[in-house]
Design a protein around this ligand. Structure first.
Ligand code: SF4
Ligand code: SF4
Length: 338
């Protein structure tokens, strides 16, 4: 077997990542959708607002990256403008996270050198994917991935693992490879939006399910030549706990002007900042997520302990069996021959 490189991707102090939700509307209604209109609004940002907010967060002194999100960002007719504006402002990488529908003829409105296209697919075939993401989605998404790859776009695929599709995960690497995608991102189901709802109890994974099934599939995918990234989730005993809210510059921007530093907080009005009508970034008044970031507990991430305590288990002496890492800490695995 080809040797593999496995490493934890440490937070980079000279990097800034902008997760920019330019609207919350979507043509799908996925079972685990994390969009929460009560907290994120249902606005579609005006073209001028997108330009202003991109300018507000562009930092020439940092490696700035922007990821356009929704809802479904390709539903926004001004997405091509947003991509070009971000490039003009010096963003180092520009990514569009899409459900695969590529509305408004996106592939003919931007060039392959202008943005990376990241497709979400939650099953290796329609029988697994479509009950989670919608009837007919597998066929549309895979057809558009093939079109994007043929046109020369850099592509990635995000697979959100839940109890409903973890058994099918091992069949994904072959599909990703066959589609011509190089980057394979395995995501864990969160407890946000729909996943936090009443019918979500069947979606969550146990630590054992994650640890016994995800890393081996990631290694198999890397052996096929794929670049694989997946959340660390459980820290090794020797690894320090680091909160991205303190050690990195991540901004999760929603169309109602809320700006979060931690994705786990997005269902609550504890955002760090608000973008004001006159385009300034103002600290949110009242309780703010940042007040939790410096708390140190044996369980690791304090927001996880508060919001998702069911994924922590304890030894008979009361000590946690695992420390939970920051949800933004990633593990990378790839063949050393790549
Ligand atoms: S494609 Fe994304 S935004 Fe749309 S319903 Fe699915 S998870 Fe939600
Ligand atoms: S997930 Fe936890 S560790 Fe990461 S930014 Fe949020 S509070 Fe900090």
């Amino acid at each position: 077997m080809t040797p593999q490189i496995v490493r934890t991707l440490a937070f980079q102090p000279n990097e800034r990542n902008i997760f920019f939700h330019i609207l919350t509307a979507c043509n799908l209604s996925c079972r685990h959708c994390y969009i929460n209109p009560a907290q994120h609004g249902n606005a579609t940002l005006a073209k001028e607002t997108i330009a202003d907010w991109l300018t507000l967060f562009a930092d020439q002194d940092k490696n700035s990256n922007v990821i356009f999100l929704g809802g479904e960002p390709t539903l926004h007719p001004d997405l091509p403008f947003a991509v070009k504006k971000a490039r003009q402002l010096g963003y180092r990488t520009i990514t569009v996270d899409t459900n695969g529908y590529l509305h408004h003829d996106l592939l003919n409105k931007i060039g392959p050198e202008e943005a990376v296209l990241s497709f979400s697919l939650d099953g290796p075939e329609a029988a697994v994917n479509d009950p989670l993401r919608g009837s007919g989605v597998f066929e549309v998404c895979t057809a558009n991935i093939r079109r994007a790859v043929a046109l020369g776009f850099e592509t990635s695929l995000i697979y959100t693992v839940s109890s409903l599709n973890i058994a099918a995960l091992r069949r994904m690497p072959a599909l990703v490879k066959a589609l011509g995608i190089r980057n394979f991102f395995i995501q864990i189901i969160g407890l946000r939006g729909n996943s936090a709802g009443d019918d979500s109890s069947g979606l969550q994974l146990s630590p054992e399910e994650w640890l016994t099934q995800v890393p081996p599939v990631a290694a198999e995918a890397a052996a096929l030549g794929l670049h694989v990234i997946y959340p660390k989730v459980f820290l090794d005993a020797s690894e320090p706990f680091v909160c991205a809210g303190e050690a990195a510059e991540n901004f999760f921007i929603f169309p109602n002007g809320r700006v979060y530093r931690c994705p786990l907080c997005e269902d609550f009005p504890v955002h760090s900042f608000e973008i004001t009508a006159d385009r300034h970034l103002r600290p949110n008044s009242g309780l703010r997520e940042e007040q939790f970031f410096s708390l140190r507990i044996p369980e690791g991430c304090v927001m996880n302990k508060m919001l998702q305590p069911s994924n922590i288990s304890y030894n008979s002496d009361g000590r946690p069996r695992y420390r939970i890492s920051c949800c933004l800490l990633k593990q990378e695995i790839m063949s050393s021959m790549v």
